[in-house]
Ligand binder design. Structure first.
Ligand code: ZN
Length: 77
């Protein structure tokens, strides 16, 4: 008196694919050309105490490496 009831594992029909439209793909951005030294329009300042280099309009007030004042900086480029 045992009747095995097999449960139905029916697939519910075709599953619709959900892909984004090809126009909405994220494009990789071109890398800006500010990575290379030499292309900088700013002068480069060098700390005469520790040799720290930075490219900016003027020397920093205090060297972030050795804490020398800006009068210890010289124009490098
Ligand atoms: Zn320094």
């Amino acid at each position: 008196m045992s009747q095995a009831v097999v449960g139905g594992l029916k697939s519910a029909g075709p599953i619709p694919e959900r892909r984004p439209p090809p126009g909405e793909r994220a494009r990789p951005r071109p890398v800006s050309a500010s990575a290379g030294l030499g292309a900088l329009p700013l002068p480069v300042w060098r700390c005469k105490v520790c040799g720290y280099l930075c490219a900016r309009d003027g020397p920093p007030e205090v060297c972030p490496i050795c804490k020398a004042k800006k009068d210890r900086f010289e124009r490098f480029i």
